[in-house]
Design a protein around this ligand. Structure first.
Ligand code: MRU
Length: 353
């Protein structure tokens, strides 16, 4: 099974939380134990742990670990500290809805429980974080099952950024159909965009696909049009960080370029995600907050300065692909097609049943 070979982004065992430091991949596989809210906040902000579902999982466990020191306090005080810490962890990255979704789920669990002791409540919250992790595993497996139906023998698949095992609990979202198709014995090629400026495609996607034995070819972001024009790409599958009610979709910067190209070359473009990425409180892509990151990520490459001193830089971490460029969403409930305003809302109701 492919699963055995894949790296794990977040490990929680015997009350100890560790993140694989993805800033060091692919050269070093180092797990860093997480102790304080400040450390967890920084690990998320610095992308030691990254990818929408993984920062949700990290935030949920991170919150639980952070409030353990309050287990001897009265329940009111415990919940007050839980909310304060949750808000703080939520503020580490704004675009992916999964972080606030998971942290708020832990807080709501606490608010809806009737324990008289904070110690007992803490164990309940630990179980809730485990539930989030285990549910994500099942969701990713189902995304893989539905998404694999879109992959045929001899296909070329283009992906952008990393929406694989490193971005979730296990398997991935965009990469899960690829792992499932591999397990089913299909033969295909994957093209991974390198994904400037932080190279999630080169450092992470190439690394995990190669480790799993997938036929993967790395291309620079500006080579996608070439690959499509040469008939190398039959389908595009990417992940996503937040989907607005109308289907506009935030994902790693450069995703919109790929969607525009796919539209030009008439190649189907799919976004894969758990239904928790659908945010019906955000009406359109214009309402999605886009994280702006430090200019040094653009002016430097591998620690070497590659632009003049004092250069003005624009460094948005995400862009929003307009819904009309998206062929469908691959979710744990199946593939969702337009009209998105209706069909995404239906999926959210399914999830709440
Ligand atoms: O900045 P990152 O590396 O966290 O960005 C990650 C992405 O854009 C992924 O495609 C997205 O989170 C989906 S992960 C299953």
């Amino acid at each position: 099974m492919v699963t055995d070979k894949l790296p794990k982004a977040v490990i929680y065992k015997d009350g100890k939380l560790s993140f694989l430091d993805q800033t060091k991949l692919p050269m070093y596989e180092i797990y860093e134990e997480q102790h304080t809210p400040e450390q967890i906040y920084n690990s998320i902000k610095m992308l030691k742990v990254r990818g929408a579902p993984a920062i949700g999982i990290a935030g949920a466990y991170g919150l639980v670990v952070s409030v353990k020191k309050y287990i001897n306090e009265p329940v009111d005080k415990f919940i007050m500290e839980l909310k304060k810490t949750g808000e703080y962890l939520n503020s580490s990255r704004p675009t992916a809805v999964n972080l606030s979704w998971a942290v708020n789920r832990i807080i709501q669990r606490a608010e809806n429980s009737f324990f008289n002791s904070s110690n007992e409540l803490w164990y309940e919250l630990e179980r809730e974080a485990e539930n989030i992790y285990n549910e994500d595993k099942k969701i990713c497996a189902n995304i893989g099952r539905y998404g694999a139906e879109l992959i045929y023998d001899n296909f070329g698949i283009l992906t952008h950024c990393n929406a694989g095992a490193l971005a979730v609990s296990e398997l991935g979202t965009a990469l899960s159909p690829i792992y499932t198709a591999l397990n089913e014995g299909k033969t295909f090629k994957v093209y991974a965009d390198e994904t400037r400026p932080l190279l999630q495609g080169a450092r992470l996607t190439s690394y995990e696909l190669q480790t799993a034995g997938v036929d993967v070819t790395l291309i620079c972001d500006n080579m996608a049009a070439y690959a499509m024009s040469k008939g190398l790409i039959d389908v595009v599958i990417v992940g996503c960080d937040r989907v607005a009610a109308n289907g506009d979709t935030a994902n790693k910067i450069g995703t919109m370029n790929v969607a525009v190209l796919a539209n030009y070359f008439k190649i189907p473009f799919y976004a894969a995600c758990p239904s928790s990425t659908f945010d019906n409180m955000t009406l359109t892509g214009n309402d999605i907050v886009i994280e702006l990151r430090d200019s040094s990520e653009v002016t430097h490459f591998g620690g070497v300065q590659t632009a003049p001193d004092n250069m003005k830089v624009l460094n948005p971490a995400f862009d929003v692909t307009p819904n009309e460029l998206i062929t469908g969403f691959i979710t744990e409930y199946g593939i969702i097609k337009p009209p998105y305003v209706i069909n995404l809302e239906n999926i959210l109701h399914k999830g709440r049943k």
